[in-house]
Design a protein around this ligand. Structure first.
Ligand code: GLY
Ligand code: MN
Ligand code: MN
Length: 428
């Protein structure tokens, strides 16, 4: 692993908290991610299934975790199945975990090889009534490809149709929404690596550089600082490209006089940062660019105050929209009378600000957790207002990662320059 070792206590605490949510006579089964085929004899790079990582810290494919609190055979109350390696595998694919290594990383005592899985499961299912399967329930996400949890889970339902099946996702979501101190340190490290990458861009960008060269500077800094890479597809969008919300081509020239929107986040130990900054390619904001920038920054500063226990993401979104409407009038994008006469089904602000302000962040950039959730200490969310004016070739988004506490919100990106004067100063 590139990242420094993590104490197994993080993972055993997570398992214990999950086990405490299960009713009597339950078995929960968690599979690792698939190795997704690319072409020929190649797979896409492997990234562990986030819940399996959360519960074990294990990075390897074909891993299975079974949790069965109270099972009569005490040895089977928590079992981790890993691949059995051999000389050929070690020669061609490299080292796979030994049982001792898997035990040390995860804190699970019972390590078995995957070929024992069916036998162990049969023994547990002879006792259990409930089976918890971990399907991906992320809203508005559709995939034609089934992941391993779904594929093997559906087969299990056919083989054992008389058990009662339950969803593990709501339980694991409930846990993952509240970050432990150790997890917050890992997210903070991802933010710090992202800070270094951003500062490197401030030092190197100049007119004529291609967006992909900017991306290369970021990736250099991520890699030498032990990041796995990006937590999501990076957006390096100069000029009007910044108005395409999911622009990922990153292959255009950064032109003198344009702004460039960077939406990038390092992934450290599978925890992601999610940062957006917008900077002038030539090191100086024009008056108009600065006015738009300050408008977004004012909104962000105001809205971050709402990141306190008791509020919701929906409330944050509504407040951002109200503030944006006022800023947009100030920028001359529409008038107060146009606002008053607007069709509420297609509000005017949506022409220039089309996305939400906050989402959960953690092991996934769009981390699990419903929008209706009430904010509680330990949650980490982004704050990302933006203004996109395609007719002026400009898009500005400013995005910080915010930790909810009992008191004031903590900006995990407080070290990342955001004031326009500071940005200009660092680019000189
Ligand atoms: N980078 C993805 C997002 O900001 O939501
Ligand atoms: Mn975001
Ligand atoms: Mn982002």
């Amino acid at each position: 692993m590139r990242y420094l070792p993590i104490q197994s206590k993080l993972f055993s605490d997570n398992r214990n908290r999950f086990a405490n949510l299960l009713p009597n006579k339950s078995v929960a089964i968690f599979h690792s991610n698939e190795q997704y085929p690319r072409n020929g004899d190649q797979f896409f790079p492997f990234r562990q299934q986030s819940d399996l990582f959360y519960l074990t810290g294990i990075e390897q494919e074909k891993t299975i975790l079974v949790i069965a609190p109270g099972a009569p055979n005490a040895k089977l109350q928590e079992v981790l199945f890993i691949i059995r390696s051999n000389e050929t595998m070690a020669q061609w694919e490299g080292h796979k975990y030994t049982a001792e290594e898997a035990r040390a990383i995860s804190g699970v005592h019972q390590i078995r090889f995957v070929e024992d899985y069916d036998l162990v499961l049969r023994e547990l299912l002879a006792w259990a009534i409930n089976i918890y399967l971990n399907f991906n329930e992320y809203p508005k996400f559709f995939s034609e490809v089934k992941d391993r949890n779904e594929r093997i889970g559906l087969a299990l339902k056919e083989s054992f149709p008389l058990h009662t099946y339950h969803r593990a996702a709501p339980l694991i979501t409930q846990l993952r929404m509240i970050k432990s101190e150790e997890e917050i340190k890992l997210i903070q490290e991802a933010c710090e690596i992202t800070n270094k990458a951003f500062r490197r861009v401030l030092n190197t960008i100049k007119p004529g550089m291609n967006e992909m060269e900017v991306q290369a500077e970021i990736e250099h800094e991520f890699t030498i600082n032990r990041a796995n890479g990006h937590g999501y597809q990076p957006i390096i969008a100069s000029g009007k490209n910044a108005c395409i919300l999911h622009y990922i081509e990153n292959d255009q020239e950064c032109k003198d006089g344009d702004l460039v929107l960077l939406d990038v986040g390092a992934e450290y130990a599978n925890y992601s940062a999610d940062m957006s900054r917008t900077i002038p390619v030539n090191g100086h904001f024009s008056d108009r660019q600065r006015a738009c920038y300050q408008a977004v920054l004012r909104v962000q500063r105001e809205v971050i105050k709402l990141y306190v226990p008791g509020n919701s993401i929906n409330q944050i979104n509504r407040r951002t929209e109200e503030l944006m409407e006022q800023e947009m009038i100030g920028l001359g994008l529409f008038t107060l009378s146009e606002l008053e006469a607007q069709d509420l089904k297609s509000p005017l602000f949506k022409n220039y600000f089309m996305h939400g302000t906050a989402h959960f962040l953690g092991l996934d950039v769009h981390d699990v957790g419903p929008k209706e959730s009430i904010l509680s200490p330990g949650m980490v969310l982004t704050c990302e207002p933006g203004i996109y004016i395609a007719e002026e070739n400009l898009g500005i988004r400013l995005e910080n990662d915010i930790l909810i506490t009992e008191g004031e919100p903590i900006n995990l990106m407080a070290n990342i320059p955001i004031e326009p004067d500071e940005i200009e100063g660092l680019m000189r």
